[in-house]
Design a protein around this ligand. Structure first.
Ligand code: SAM
Length: 293
């Protein structure tokens, strides 16, 4: 059943009607030219994300993670097929409770948003939210990235931070956008769980010293194997940029500079892989605290 037309906004009715009704959709969108669909499509571009303050995420599970972690949902777009699923109907109800717009959209329109055949049946527009350094206070492990360029790497590292109990990810100076479609996709929902901070080097270094975090840099210039460094009780791992590596001035700030052993023809590992190897080694040293097994 559909309550409300394209011009009728739901939330004022929601508290009254929701408990006794199944899912109600404010909008039935049929056109790819609908303003909400156009806004969702525009969020591929950084400029539109900055102007609107919104970003896109795909998939019911990730939308639930966003809501459960207190992220502000702006709108939920559901395919016709998705609305048959109980989980999606419950999600729509939850979204309406949050005051978000909920719209049913033809599959072909959703596919045009994700540029994928068999697109996810659920797409959400959330409000962007970066954390401040204070959100990282007390963390045992952190990852800092110097000007990461590749959003796929950044999203993978955010997922890694989540998987290994790191307290957050710090993007130093300019870096790619953690809310780009590619980064959010690669993070597999972890962008909602891991605080991501953007910060200048000086402010970060002053903060981590005050916090008592040991800074371990990784570099092809490192003189110590990653297995031979003392990570201390609380560690921030510092990774260099994909092209230029860790600048000497930043290497000089580190309490230890490690190199991962390499064989064969490649001279370095991919940024996300090098981060994973290093973080797992530091985590291993603390007995994999917090691990599920
Ligand atoms: N051409 C770059 C350079 O000269 O450093 C390679 C950068 S690498 C793709 C990206 C980052 O991953 C590096 O800055 C470093 O932090 C880390 N990394 C990759 N392989 C590494 C290795 N074998 N030892 C230490 N760090 C490594």
């Amino acid at each position: 059943m559909t309550l409300g037309g394209a011009g009728r906004f739901w939330p004022d009715l929601a508290p009254v009607l929701l408990p006794t009704h199944p899912v109600h959709f404010v909008e039935e969108i049929t056109s790819a030219q609908n303003p909400l669909v156009k806004l969702a499509r525009a969020l591929e571009r950084k400029k539109a994300r900055i102007e609107s303050g919104l970003f896109l995420t795909e998939g019911a599970r990730h939308v639930t993670e966003g809501l459960d972690n207190g992220w502000q949902l702006h709108a939920l777009l559901l395919s016709d097929a998705a609305t048959d699923r109980d989980q999606v109907r419950a999600l729509a109800r939850q979204a309406l409770d949050h005051g978000a717009r909920v719209a049913r959209v033809p599959e072909r329109v959703l596919e045009s948003l994700t540029h994928r055949d068999n697109a996810q049946n659920v797409i959400a527009l959330f409000r962007m939210r970066l954390a401040g350094l204070e959100a990282l206070a007390g963390a045992r492990r952190l990852i800092a990235l110097e000007r990461p360029r590749d959003p796929g790497n950044l999203g993978t590292i955010i997922r890694l931070a989540d998987s290994t109990g790191c307290g957050g990810v710090v993007i130093l100076e300019e870096g790619c956008d953690p809310f780009s479609v590619e980064a959010v996709r690669a993070s597999m929902g972890s962008v909602f769980a891991v605080p991501v901070v953007r910060c200048g080097v000086d402010a970060f270094d002053a903060w981590r010293r005050q916090e008592g975090l040991r800074l371990i840099g990784t570099s092809l210039e490192g003189s110590v194997r990653h297995t031979d460094v003392d990570p201390g009780a609380r560690t921030c791992i510092l990774m260099g940029n994909e092209q230029s590596g860790l600048p000497p001035a930043m290497a000089a700030l580190c309490d230890g500079l490690v190199r991962l052993p390499m064989a064969g023809r490649a001279d370095s590992l991919n940024l996300a892989l090098a981060t994973a190897v290093t973080v797992y080694e530091v985590w291993r040293r603390s007995g994999f605290d917090g691990a599920r097994f």
